[in-house]
Ligand binder design. Structure first.
Ligand code: ADP
Ligand code: ZN
Length: 731
């Protein structure tokens, strides 16, 4: 590898900052000089801001006005591979470089001097006189050998006041030292808690290990039915990465999952990994950021933004539940962590493992085309077997109005109750009822700021807008006709289903599992553990339960509305329904008892429902792939969504129409533009939203054409334009 360039003091350097400018700024190198990649503090107007030496200066600035950088920060310089990652991901997502750099420096206090704290060890001196308290302090220090303590730890351990310790310091019997607060994470032992693998798992693990030993880029789709031991297999890949002296990153879709997962990592490697997500304290974030750069953190478990941490030598990225839609950031920089993981790995000779029971069609197609290696785990670990799946044809069930649990499903739940087993009733809708209608005037209560119905949350006694979060108390009278007592809920949410279940099974203990019913991630985790330990007979749950949790006593899953996801114009509707139903059904029978899954459907002959029942996954993916290929849509074609928004509806349509008219840069690459059309949710937080959709062939240079096309316009005032490459949701 060629050495990064060094700049002597006073040399012209180009510094990228996180300030919203579309260029790198010229400065003079600070005293002592700096490297390309050095993090520096530079004057910016009256302020000091953080930046990275991106390269030499451009020299197109009045030399008299070029200011000197203040100093080089005490953090590992940005590696060339990270710089390339920032540049390429910015290009791919059409994001300005400063915004990308902001993602890569999301830890506070990076420019602070390293913060120190005092620690205490055994010293060389002998105290002039011994007291009982002094003896205890020295005994503690002797007992723990060379370890050092904070003042609080030491005095607590010895059961003395801190002045006793201070007295011993004065006498030289205890040594007081300054050490950096940002300490390395404990070492991971790759050979600590290895499990014996089944032959199928061992074969997959051997193949992954070979890849890691090659120290070159490669992506593997690790597909295995739920409970087949995918996690066990990729833990072995992490072990091999550690043996190679490299770092590993595991991305998980959901914070609630990490607790269970951390325990598993600790059991396997004998130490806790670094944990990076929105719930981590600021001090801990800075510690992780710095340690990752110095190699003092070997394994990081994190949410998608962990991809932008400055790893010293990243050898493996695992994307668990790779199909999960939460990997697509839908706010700020619109990137898909799964795709960016592949990009990052390709730049630093690392491996990627995409693990899922129900892969995304994108990954399936990449494996199909030979771009990704594919490994299969076909059977569940141990005695567990896949559940029986069957459909309940709702057209022939005798069900009174405003109730949703069919007699067939009720009977199945009762049979479980008698055997002391758990049932899960699944409905992918939070709240009590999705719509509240006035039976006097027909008005449906909507949000004042959005084009969306308000959802009744009876538990909170409020109406909530799921778009903008606005809430209001449930009114007595209709806001439109002012008649009282005529407001009625329409359709079921998880809370209403719980009410119905309680009526059918009055003797059963019910647990409702929905993200909004828990105050914190910790409460949710405890709720889940209590259920797993048998604290409930019937679980009523939303999407939350589809993800990875283990409920050993669960033997029945009833899907209340299997048709729910089949409606709508989303091109991934079939794929999503298929994944979700398979995931939910996979919750049943994860231990020795056989499970069953029952899908309530009004269209049991729908191809997607039939594919779910038949368990013919390859058949489903092939059929879905063929349809998308014919339509020229992802993954066989490219798409970009353009969302325009403004408080002024006229202004936003004017811009949309102008974009549609002046589409020469797009036509030149054979791309088509559709719209402008009101976005499916046409108003959010008082802003009107208009969408355009651009469709191109897979090989077309879409990003550069988009940049040229949008570059024709000045986006002024309160207008906003955002580009979503490979959009996942169309709201
Ligand atoms: P997946 O990630 O495919 O859902 P897991 O790796 O979580 O599967 O495995 C399911 C359960 O089976 C876990 O409790 C796991 O510890 C256990 N398990 C899987 N493989 C083994 C093995 N080889 N030895 C011991 N336990 C295993
Ligand atoms: Zn709203």
């Amino acid at each position: 590898m060629d050495e990064p360039e060094f700049f002597d003091e006073g040399a012209l350097i180009g510094v990228l900052t996180t300030q919203p400018l579309d260029r790198v700024l010229d400065y003079k190198a600070p005293a002592g000089g700096c490297w390309q990649g050095s993090f520096v503090e530079v004057p910016f107007g009256p302020r000091k801001v953080l930046g990275v030496v991106w390269g030499g200066g451009r020299g197109d600035w009045d030399p008299a006005k070029v200011r000197a950088a203040n100093r080089v920060l005490d953090v590992a310089p940005m590696r060339r591979e990270m710089k390339e990652f920032i540049e390429k991901s910015a290009q791919y997502t059409l994001t300005a470089l400063p915004n990308m750099l902001r993602l890569a420096t999301r830890a506070p206090g990076l420019s602070d001097p390293p913060s120190m704290r005092k620690v205490y060890r055994l010293g060389d001196g002998t105290p002039d006189r011994m007291t009982e308290a002094r003896t205890r302090v020295l005994e503690v220090l002797q007992e723990f050998g060379g370890l050092s303590f904070t003042l609080k730890e030491l005095s607590e351990q010895a059961g003395v006041t801190s002045s006793v310790v201070k007295g011993l310091v004065k006498q030289g019997a205890v040594a007081e030292e300054d050490t950096p607060r940002d300490v390395p994470f404990p070492k991971m032992d790759p050979d600590y808690g290895a499990k014996e693998l089944t032959p199928e798992q061992a074969a997959a693990s051997a193949s992954l290990r070979t890849g890691i030993q090659s120290r070159s880029y490669g992506t593997t789709l690790l597909r295995g039915v739920t409970g087949s031991g995918k996690t066990e297999v990729y833990l072995e890949a992490i072990a091999e990465t550690l043996r190679q002296g490299r770092q590993a990153l595991v991305l998980l879709p959901e914070i609630a999952l990490t607790a269970e997962f951390l325990t598993r990592i600790e059991a396997r490697f004998g130490a806790k990994p670094a944990e990076w997500h929105s719930g981590v304290t600021m001090t801990e974030r800075r510690r992780i950021w710095k340690m990752v750069g110095q190699g003092g953190a070997e394994v990081v478990i994190g949410a998608r933004s962990a991809l932008f941490l400055p790893f010293r030598d990243l050898g493996l990225i695992v994307v668990d539940e790779e199909h999960d839609t939460s990997y697509k950031q839908d706010d700020g920089v619109l990137y898909n962590a799964r795709d960016m993981a592949v990009l990052r790995a390709s730049l630093c000779d690392a491996r990627v493992i995409l693990a899922s029971a129900t892969p995304s069609l994108e990954s399936w197609a990449n494996a199909d085309a030979g771009k990704y290696e594919r490994l299969e785990l076909a059977s569940r670990y141990g005695p567990a077997v896949l559940p029986d799946m069957r459909v309940i044809d709702m057209r022939s069930e005798d069900l009174p109005a405003a109730s949703w649990i069919s007699p067939s499903l009720q009977a199945a739940v009762r049979a479980r109750l008698e055997k002391g087993e758990q049932s899960l009733l699944f409905i992918n809708r939070r709240g009590y009822a999705p719509v509240t209608i006035c039976r006097a005037c027909g008005e449906q209560i909507g949000c004042d700021h959005c084009d969306a119905r308000m959802v009744e949350h009876r538990f909170l006694k409020r109406l909530l807008c799921h778009q903008c979060g606005e809430s209001k108390p449930m009114p007595e009278a209709c806001p439109s006709c002012e008649v009282e007592g005529k407001l009625a809920p329409v359709g079921p949410g998880v809370e209403r289903l719980a009410e119905e279940a309680q009526a059918h099974f009055p003797e059963a203990r019910l647990a409702v599992l929905s993200s909004d019913l828990f105050g914190s991630a910790r409460a949710l985790k405890e709720g889940i553990r209590a259920i797993a330990d048998g604290g409930a007979d019937v679980i009523i749950g939303t999407q939350l339960v589809a993800k990875g949790h283990n409920f050993p006593l669960l033997t029945l899953v009833g899907v209340i509305d299997a048709d729910l996801g089949l409606q709508g114009s989303d091109l991934r509707a079939a794929e999503r329904t298929f994944q979700l139903m398979r995931q939910v059904a996979g919750r049943a029978g994860r231990s020795a008892r056989k499970g069953a899954a029952m899908l309530q459907s009004f269209q049991p002959e729908h191809p997607v429902i039939r594919a779910i029942l038949a368990g013919d996954e390859e058949g489903f993916w092939s059929a879905e792939a063929a349809q998308r290929r014919d339509a020229g849509v992802p993954p066989y074609g490219r798409m970009a969504g353009i969302i325009l928004s403004s408080g002024d509806v006229q202004q936003v349509f004017d811009l949309g129409n102008a974009l549609a008219r002046q589409d020469a840069p797009l036509r030149r690459i054979g791309a088509q533009v559709f719209g402008p059309a009101p976005a499916p949710v046409a108003r959010v937080r008082g802003r009107h939203r208009v969408r355009l959709l651009v469709k191109a062939e897979k090989t077309a240079p879409l990003q550069s054409a988009l940049a040229e096309w949008i570059g024709q316009f000045k986006i002024r005032g309160d207008l906003r334009l955002s580009v979503d490459i490979d959009p996942q949701s169309f709201y």
